[in-house]
Design a protein around this ligand. Structure first.
Ligand SMILES: [Zn+2]
Length: 409
């Protein structure tokens, strides 16, 4: 990495500030636009306000008592009345893979509000057994039509490896598909409404000032630049194509939608979690009840839960990479969300983090390394290369996060 600022590798603040309510810090980066995500992109992180709380906690307080949820549901019903079709065609796309949130979103839209969703799945890099079972149950027990798109595995492997090497973010190219493919399907089927489930604010990945509206802006899935100006896996597209001898067709699943192509359409991309009070735990119970969703029989590596993001063998490695780059692992993310939703308190969260935060994703690591064509030694070299010096230092041959909460040191 040739980042100019060698101290804080990703441009995040050099002094780590901790939220006094949840376990987030100001190092939690907001999602960046993946299409222009080169290695030098500066990241912006969660704000810690003067009262000591992070913006995600502020948003959660607002969700609790400052939002008129009856009024929001009225807005939802008005919107659905406008888009509902009774001519046999689909009237909305629900992207998902049969996890708890897409399960609940699609089921409520179809069976409570009388919509006719087409569910759309962009295949995970490496399905887990649980993921495949939940996917099948979503369709067969939940009762939905579904389009499953699986991109060329040879190309996926090349891109995942580049994204690991350049960004320590192996699932970054997959995220393109996740965001863009459902919109492409909506365009093909002339469907004007796309509904995601979980609100983007739950995990602090989005600037709460931007998420306080129901929909995603066009910049979420489209761009007004030529392809030659865009990036995949942290590399300019043309460089990537040349290096691996990839054709335009090889990278089609990752190609952005140009703004111009959207002009003739009026596609709305919304979050059901903006209209209805959403809580990941309730979504889990709902999906078990209505879509045959089953949790894993083992605890997920790196955290204490068994039911969130369990469909891709790469999920745990992804969160481990997040922990290396930002000092924030999966336990912290899960526990912080649960504090905000009043399921656990801060003391319990700290105990969980002591036990599981930063745990190595052993269960599926061999599958992931094989997919990436990477040896363990090379893997650790890369990992250490992405530890930002303002977060990590080596003491007695052991890496420590030296600006960590004192309870966790
Ligand atoms: Zn917080």
């Amino acid at each position: 990495m040739s980042n100019k600022n060698k101290f804080s590798l990703y441009g995040l603040p050099e002094k780590v500030e901790h939220c006094s309510k949840c376990l987030m810090t100001n190092q939690k980066p907001f999602s960046v636009n993946e299409m222009v995500h080169g290695v030098e992109v500066k990241k912006f992180g969660l704000d810690i306000h003067e009262d000591g709380l992070c913006s995600a906690c502020h948003y959660a307080d607002k969700k609790k008592d400052k939002i008129d949820w009856e009024e929001r549901e009225k807005l939802l019903i008005e919107k659905l009345n406008k888009y509902r079709r009774n001519d046999g065609r689909y009237d909305c796309v629900v992207p998902g893979s049969g996890g708890k949130d897409s399960g609940m979103a699609s089921h409520i839209l179809k069976y409570k509000y009388g919509m006719h969703p087409l569910t759309v799945t962009y295949s995970p890099l490496l399905y887990t057994e649980e993921g495949l079972r939940n996917m099948a149950n979503w369709i067969n027990i939940g009762g939905f039509d579904n389009i499953l798109f699986t991109p060329n595995g040879k190309v996926s492997r090349i891109l995942a490896r580049e994204a690991f090497d350049n960004l320590l973010h192996p699932i970054q190219p997959f995220k393109f598909g996740l965001k863009i493919y459902p919109i492409k399907v909506a365009m093909q089927y002339n469907i004007d409404l796309v509904f995601y489930g979980e609100p983007r604010s739950e995990y602090g990945s989005e600037d709460p000032n931007k998420v306080d509206k129901p929909g995603f802006g066009e910049e979420f899935y489209s761009i007004d630049k030529d392809q030659s100006e865009l990036y995949i896996a942290g590399m300019p597209i043309n460089e990537l194509k040349k290096k691996h001898n990839l054709s335009d067709n090889d990278i089609e699943p990752y190609s952005a939608i140009h703004f111009d192509k959207l002009k003739s359409k009026n596609i709305q991309v919304d979050n059901l979690g903006w209209y209805l009070k959403w809580d990941p735990q309730s979504a889990y119970y709902y999906a078990v009840e209505n879509c045959g969703f089953q949790p894993d029989d083992q605890r997920t590596d790196g955290t204490y839960g068994k039911y969130a993001s369990i469909d891709d063998k790469f999920d745990s490695l992804h969160y481990f990479c997040h922990y290396i780059k930002f000092g924030i692992g999966r336990t912290r993310l899960d526990a912080s969300q649960e504090i905000r939703n009043n399921h656990i308190d801060r003391e319990e969260a700290i105990l969980l983090a002591k036990q599981f935060e930063g745990e190595f994703p052993e269960r599926y690591i061999n599958d992931c390394l094989q997919f990436l064509n990477l040896k363990r030694e090379e893997f650790w070299e890369k990992i250490d290369h992405f530890r930002s010096p303002h977060l990590w230092k080596k003491e007695n041959n052991k890496w420590i996060l030296y600006q960590e909460l004192k309870e966790l040191l």
